[in-house]
Design a binder for this molecule. Sequence first.
Ligand code: COA
Length: 184
Amino acid sequence: MGTPQLTTARLLMRGWLPADREPFARMNADPEVMEHFPSTMTRAESDAFVDRIGRGFDTYGFGLWALELRATGEFLGFTGLSVPRFHAPWMDVREQPVVEVGWRLVRRAWGQGLATEAAREACRFGFEDVGRAEIVSFTVTGNLRSQAVMRRLGMTRIAEYDHPVVGHPALPSVAFLLTRERSG
Ligand SMILES: CC(C)(COP(=O)(O)OP(=O)(O)OC[C@H]1O[C@@H](n2cnc3c(N)ncnc32)[C@H](O)[C@@H]1OP(=O)(O)O)[C@@H](O)C(=O)NCCC(=O)NCCS
């Protein structure tokens, strides 16, 4: 199916290029970026993630877009839609399959509204082009920056739950919801 390309005022949201792998791995190895995850990623884990993202676009027609700053062509990370690989009870009463909006940006790109700008466009795509009625997001309770993005998008908090992580204790987390009616 390939990757639909989206644009916002400042960003190109595009498919992944071979040249993205190196800066993506550097971002995934940055302890500050990965503060709220169980661990940073190795180059091999980061590359496997890119491969998985590509397969996701082929399966669903949406996914985690690579973000490029239009002014410079710089790779900034990802924002997009994905189908979670775990199950939590709050998901049972949501539109199936559950679709999540998520983001991870290089540290120097924080504090400029870029994650919110990309996420708004990803949600618009989800509602208008994919035909979703609901999009969720979730993060660990301590990730306040991520929750601030969710609130800026107009999402409302719907659940607190323990997020399962293979090989680690479950992480206390919160889930947020955006409906088509509330978006835009
Ligand atoms: C989560 C993450 C994407 C949030 O990034 P962010 O830059 O804080 O989020 P936004 O793009 O919405 O930017 C908002 C900030 O930009 C500021 N800003 C500046 N110009 C702006 C503009 N034109 N529009 C909106 N906000 C603007 C806002 O005031 C806000 O600043 P503040 O943090 O001082 O309150 C980022 O911290 C990150 O990548 N973290 C690591 C990965 C991660 O945890 N991902 C989520 C896992 S669930």
